[in-house]
Ligand binder design. Structure first.
Ligand code: ZN
Length: 566
C-alpha cells in the first residue's frame, strides 16, 4: 500500500499539485474512497470529487450523503485547501477517531475541492484575479480588446496588480494624517492638498488624456449567480441563462445523480462569517421549523469556529431591494430542500483586532482607526509583507505615479500561506458535524412467530436514528420532493405473502430534532414504525430466509434477514 499522503498546508496548490495529491489520497485509501471527475471545466480541467465512505459497510449511494465544495470563486483558494483538509482528516483518522469512524461507516462524504479550477489556476499563476470562469463575458475577447479604459495589469512586472495613486488637485483622496500609507476620502470643503486619484494598477486602452474610466472586466462570469433559483439576467455576472456554464452544470448533474445528498458546505472567502439561505428573502419567509433547525445547526458552527451565523439576506445584503440572484444556497434549500451553509473563511480584520458588524459595508467604507489597526497588523505580525509601501513609478501613459497598497490575494482574500492551517483547523469540523445530523434509517429489530402449518408472522421495526427527519426540511415537503420511507419484504421462491404489502410506504420518520415542548410535556418525535407481514412458507420451499429492506432517499438503505422455522 502506498505511504500515507503528506500534504503541505502552508501552500496553495496549483491544479497539477492538487490533482497529484488527490490521486495519492485515493490510492492510499482504496477501502475508503474513490476519486473521479464530475466534469471538465470551460478550459478542460477536471472538477475532482473524492467520494469518501467505508465501502465495507455499503456503497456511498446507499448512505446519507453530504457535499463539501470549495473554490467556486477562482481566488478563494482557502476553500479548496479546507475541503482538501476535510478529506485528508477523514481518511487519516478513520479507525482511530470514533466520530470519524462512525461518520464514514454510516454516511458518504463527497469532497469537491476546486470548482473554479480554471479561475484558480489563473489566480495562482499570474498577478491577476478572476471571479470564476475564464470564459470571456460579457464581451468576446475580440470585442473586449476594443473597449476603452483602464484594465488591470502588472505594469512594473513585480508580480502584483496593486493600486496606483496619482497626485491631482481635483482628486477624491488624501493621505491620512495617522499613517502616510493610508488613503482617506477627501472631506467636504477640504482645499488643502495634496490630493490624489486612486486606480487599480493597469494600462489604459485608447487613452487620450483627461478622466480615466475603467474598462469592463474581461472575465465577469460568477458561478454563484448562475443557479436556477431566483436567476436574473440583470444580476452582475449571472450569465445569459441558468446553468450555462459547464462547472454549474456539472454540480447540478451531480445532485441529479446523487439523490442521497442531504446537505452542503460550500467554502468561500472571506469575512469570517457562516452564511445560509435565504439569499433573496427575509427569514420570515422561511418555514418556522426549517428556520429553527438552520439556527440550531448554525449555532454548532458558531461554537466550533467562533464565527457568527446569519442568512445572506439578513446579514450580508445592504440593499434589500437588490438581493443577489442565482445563488447556490437558495438553489440547494429552496428548490432541493436541503440545509446548506457557507463559511466565508478568514478575516484579516478579526486578526487585526477590528470588530466588524457590517460585513459588506466594511469592505468599502471603514473607520480610519480600523485601517490604522490593519496596517499595524501588517507591520507587526505579517512583517510588512502584506502591504506594499507606495513607491514612484514612471507609468508609460500617466507619467509619474506611485504604486502600492494591500497585496489583496494573500492578506484580505486568503490567509498568508503560513496562517492557512490555523484557519483550516478552526473551521473544518463544522461541516462534518453537520453531515452527521442527517437522517439515518435503520431496521432496528425483527420478530417472527410461527402460527403453525408453515404460516409465520414477521414484523420489522424501522427507525430514524438521525437528528433530521427523513424529509430533511419542511421545504422539501412543500416542494413535493420528499420521498417517503419504504420497507420491502423479499420472500423465498414458493412462499406466499398472505398479509402485508411487498413494499410498504411508512411515510416520513422524524428525527430527534422533531420533538417539541418541554414545560408542558414534550411531544416525542415520531421516529419509528412497525411493519407486519404474514408469510406462508411450505416445507419444501427453496429457502426459509426472508429479507426486509428499508429505503430512505435521504436516510440510506438497510436490510435484515430472518430465517423462518418452526
Ligand atoms: Zn465566494
Amino acid at each position: 500500500m502506498p505511504e500515507k499522503t503528506k500534504i503541505r498546508w502552508d501552500v496553495y496548490h496549483k491544479y497539477d499539485e492538487l490533482t497529484k495529491v488527490l490521486h495519492e489520497l485515493a490510492a492510499a485509501h482504496p477501502d475508503l474512497c474513490r476519486l473521479y471527475s464530475i466534469g471538465p471545466t470551460y478550459q478542460g480541467r477536471e472538477i475532482w470529487c473524492l467520494e469518501i465512505t467505508n465501502l465495507a459497510t455499503g456503497p456511498a449511494g446507499d448512505k446519507p450523503g453530504f457535499q463539501i465544495d470549495g473554490n467556486t470563486h477562482g481566488g478563494e483558494v482557502t476553500g479548496c485547501a479546507t475541503a482538501l483538509y476535510n478529506a485528508h482528516y477523514l481518511l487519516s483518522n478513520y479507525g482511530d477517531d470514533d466520530f470519524v469512524t462512525e461518520l464514514l461507516d454510516t454516511r458518504a462524504i463527497y469532497v469537491i475541492p476546486r470548482v473554479a479550477a480554471d479561475g484558480a489556476e489563473y489566480y495562482l499563476t499570474t498577478p491577476h484575479a478572476v471571479r470564476s470562469s475564464m470564459r470571456p463575458f460579457p464581451y468576446s475577447d475580440e470585442e473586449w480588446l476594443e473597449t476603452d479604459g483602464l484594465y488591470p495589469d502588472d505594469v512594473d512586472g513585480d508580480g502584483w496588480v496593486l493600486q496606483m495613486r496619482v497626485e491631482d488637485y481635483e482628486g477624491e483622496w488624501k493621505v491620512s494624517s495617522k499613517d502616510q500609507r493610508l488613503m482617506r476620502k477627501r472631506e467636504p470643503g477640504d482645499q488643502v492638498g495634496p490630493f490624489y486619484r486612486l486606480y487599480p494598477e493597469g494600462l489604459i486602452r485608447n487613452y487620450k488624456g483627461g478622466e480615466i474610466k475603467l474598462a469592463p472586466p474581461r472575465y465577469n462570469l460568477d458561478f454563484n449567480r448562475n443557479w436556477p433559483s431566483n436567476f436574473a439576467v440583470t444580476q452582475d455576472g449571472a450569465g445569459p441563462y441558468p446553468l450555462c456554464e459547464p462547472e454549474n452544470r456539472a454540480l447540478a448533474e451531480f445532485w441529479r445523480d446523487h439523490p442521497n445528498l442531504t446537505g452542503v458546505m460550500t467554502y468561500h472567502t472571506f469575512s469570517g462569517v457562516i452564511i445560509r439561505t435565504f439569499v433573496t428573502k427575509p427569514d420570515t419567509e422561511m418555514d418556522d421549523r426549517d428556520l429553527a433547525a438552520y439556527r440550531a445547526i448554525g449555532k454548532i458552527g458558531t461554537e466550533i469556529t467562533g464565527y457568527e451565523s446569519v442568512s445572506v439576506f439578513e446579514g450580508l445584503t445592504l440593499d434589500k431591494k437588490n438581493p443577489r440572484h442565482g445563488n447556490s444556497k437558495d438553489w440547494w434549500y429552496q428548490d432541493l430542500g436541503a440545509y446548506v451553509f457557507c463559511i466565508e473563511l478568514w478575516s484579516l480584520a478579526e486578526k487585526a483586532g477590528v470588530k466588524v458588524t457590517d460585513f459588506i459595508g466594511f469592505l468599502t467604507s471603514r473607520e480610519e482607526q480600523d485601517d490604522v489597526k490593519l496596517l499595524q497588523y501588517n507591520d507587526e505580525t505579517l512583517d510588512g509583507q502584506g502591504f506594499e509601501p507606495w513607491r514612484p513609478f514612471d507609468h508609460p501613459q500617466l507619467g509619474r505615479v506611485e504604486l502600492g497598497g494591500w497585496k489583496f490575494k494573500y492578506t484580505w482574500q486568503n490567509p498568508p500561506p503560513h496562517m492557512l492551517l490555523g484557519e483550516i483547523e478552526r473551521t473544518h469540523l463544522f461541516c462534518l458535524k453537520h453531515a452527521a445530523l442527517s437522517p439515518l434509517v435503520r431496521i432496528t429489530s425483527t420478530e417472527t412467530s410461527s402460527l403453525g402449518n408453515g404460516l409465520y408472522q414477521v414484523s420489522a421495526t424501522v427507525c430514524n436514528e438521525g437528528w433530521l427527519s427523513t424529509n430533511l426540511t419542511q421545504q422539501a415537503i412543500k416542494l413535493g420532493i420528499a420521498r417517503p420511507v419504504t420497507v420491502r419484504i423479499d420472500i423465498p421462491d414458493g412462499a406466499e405473502l398472505l398479509g402485508g404489502s411487498r413494499v410498504t410506504d411508512v411515510g416520513h420518520l422524524e428525527g430527534k430534532w422533531s420533538t417539541t415542548g418541554g414545560l408542558f410535556g414534550a411531544r416525542p418525535a415520531r421516529h419509528e414504525r412497525v411493519v407486519e407481514w404474514l408469510v406462508q412458507v411450505p416445507d419444501d420451499a427453496g429457502s426459509h430466509e426472508v429479507t426486509v429492506t428499508s429505503r430512505s432517499q435521504k436516510g440510506g438503505r438497510d436490510s435484515a434477514t430472518v430465517v423462518l422455522w418452526d
